[in-house]
Design a binder for this molecule. Structure first.
Ligand SMILES: [Zn+2]
Length: 146
């Protein structure tokens, strides 16, 4: 475990990192080489033991050396993740609002439905969209809405 003590916590969830990720390919990957143009026969990665986040180097599925994987992980942990998280939160908040609007649309159309069957169908769709909006809000730990 001594080699892993230098790994920072997961940039996404704060979980403990494991630095022993290793993939061995049975033959060189097609159309992918390392920066030094050597074939990709194996790759190293660091992963979070809690949420599964991991380092990836393009199509190789990892990094050329264990040291590079560790460096990449620690850089990620230090980089502008706050900004990225804020961007992703904003996108999820928008998605929650859209689902809520779909729900409202369906409930409105259910009220004006020409028959019970159409009304039921609209209510089901309205509920589905409201559930999705609520799931997103739960994930974001926000409540209330439009
Ligand atoms: Zn994590």
């Amino acid at each position: 475990m001594s080699g892993e003590s230098a790994l920072l916590p997961c940039p996404f969830c704060g979980g403990e990192a494991s630095g022993d990720g290793h993939i061995r390919y049975t033959r060189p990957l097609n159309d992918v080489t390392w920066a030094d143009e050597s074939p990709v026969m194996e790759a190293f990665f660091v992963n979070c033991t809690a949420c599964g986040a991991r380092t990836v180097d393009f199509a190789a599925g990892g990094h050329q050396t264990k040291e590079r994987a560790h460096t990449a992980w620690n850089q990620r942990a230090h980089s502008g993740d706050g900004e990225e998280i804020a961007r992703l939160r904003e996108a999820l908040e928008k998605a929650a609002i859209w689902f809520e609007q779909y729900a409202v649309d369906h409930y409105d159309k259910a009220k004006n439905a020409p028959d019970g069957r159409e009304q039921h169908s609209r209510e089901v769709k309205g509920k589905l969209n409201r559930d999705r909006a609520n799931e997103l809000r739960d994930a974001l730990s926000i409540r209330g809405g439009v």
